[in-house]
Write a protein that binds this ligand. Structure first.
Ligand SMILES: [Zn+2]
Length: 268
C-alpha cells in the first residue's frame, strides 16, 4: 500500500522554498510552513491539475522541484484551480499560461483585482490583470482520467472558498476551510455562519484524507470526522461569544463601521 512520504526538501532555495511530498501515486504536495500556502499537483491520465499556485516568492522553488523531481514542465500543467481568492493562493497564477478556474465568487474578485479581499498589495504582490477562464459552481466535476474532482462550495473563510473532493478515493483538498487542530479565520467577504454550514456539509461526505492549504494533512476517516466536528463546535462557540458580547452592549455605543469608500489604503 502507498504511504505518503517526503521526496525532497528544496536544496537550491532552502528554507525559502518548498518541501515536496508524495501523497498518493499521482498527487504531490509542495509544502510550506509559511509564508504562502501548499500547492498540490495531480498528475492525471488526461489532465494535469494544479490546486493553488502559491506565493510568488516560492515560484522558482516550485518550478525547480516540478522539473527535477516530478519530471514535468510548466507547460504540461493543463488546469489551475484556485481554492479561493486570497493572494497567497493566487499570486503565482500569472506564471501559468493554461486555463484557470475558481468558484464564481472568487473569480469575480480575482478578475476585478478586488484588493479589499485578495490583499495582494498589502503583501507586495501585483494581482492586476489575472483572468479566470472557468467560473465554478457547486457540484461541478473535473475528470482527469484517473481522478475525479468534485467542487464543493464551502463559503466562510471567504465567500469564494471551495473544497475539491475525490468521490472514489475519498480525499479532500480543503483549501483554507478545514485545518488540523484549528478553525479558519473569517476574512472580508467571509461569514462564520456560512463557515459552520460548510463544515456541516463536509461532514456528510466520506473523507479518508484531508489535504489543506496550510498545516498538516489529516489521514484516517475517524480523525477527519473528529476534526470537522471539533471545528463546528469551536466555530459555534466563537459565534455565540460574539453574539453574547453584542447583546450585552448598549445600542447607543455601537459605532457604525466606515463605508468601504472611506477606508484608507492601510486598512486593506
Ligand atoms: Zn485564505
Amino acid at each position: 500500500m502507498f504511504k505518503p512520504h517526503l521526496i525532497k526538501e528544496d536544496d537550491l532555495y532552502g528554507k525559502s522554498g518548498y518541501s515536496l511530498n508524495h501523497l498518493t501515486p499521482n498527487v504531490y504536495q509542495f509544502y510550506t510552513a509559511g509564508p504562502g500556502c501548499h500547492v498540490y499537483l495531480i498528475v492525471g491520465d488526461e489532465l494535469n491539475v494544479l490546486i493553488d499556485t502559491g506565493i510568488i516568492t516560492k515560484f522558482n522553488s516550485f518550478n525547480y522541484l516540478l522539473v527535477t523531481e516530478i519530471g514535468l514542465k510548466l507547460e504540461e500543467i493543463n488546469l489551475v484551480i484556485n481554492t479561493h481568492e486570497h493572494f497567497d493562493h493566487i499570486s503565482s497564477n500569472a506564471y501559468f499560461h493554461c486555463i484557470t478556474a475558481a468558484h464564481r465568487w472568487a473569480a469575480v474578485k480575482i478578475q476585478y483585482s478586488d484588493e479589499l479581499i485578495t490583499k495582494g498589495k498589502k503583501w507586495g504582490v501585483d494581482l492586476t490583470d489575472l483572468t479566470v477562464n472557468i467560473w465554478f459552481e457547486d457540484r461541478n466535476i473535473i475528470d482527469l482520467g484517473n481522478t475525479i474532482l468534485k467542487v464543493i462550495e464551502t463559503p466562510g473563510h471567504t465567500s469564494g472558498c471551495i473544497c475539491l473532493y475525490e468521490p472514489f478515493k475519498h480525499y479532500l483538498f480543503s483549501g483554507d476551510t478545514l485545518f488540523q487542530g484549528r478553525i479558519t479565520n473569517i476574512y472580508e467577504s467571509g461569514s462564520i455562519s456560512e463557515y459552520i454550514n460548510s463544515l456541516q456539509i463536509l461532514n456528510t461526505f466520506k473523507i479518508d484524507s484531508v489535504y489543506p492549504g496550510h498545516g498538516n494533512y489529516i489521514i484516517g476517516e475517524e480523525l477527519v470526522k473528529k476534526e470537522i466536528e471539533s471545528s463546528i463546535t469551536n466555530a459555534k462557540m466563537e459565534l455565540e461569544t460574539f453574539i453574547s458580547r453584542i447583546k450585552t452592549r448598549p445600542l447607543e455605543k455601537v459605532k457604525i463601521p466606515p463605508s468601504l469608500y472611506d477606508r484608507k489604503e492601510e486598512d486593506l
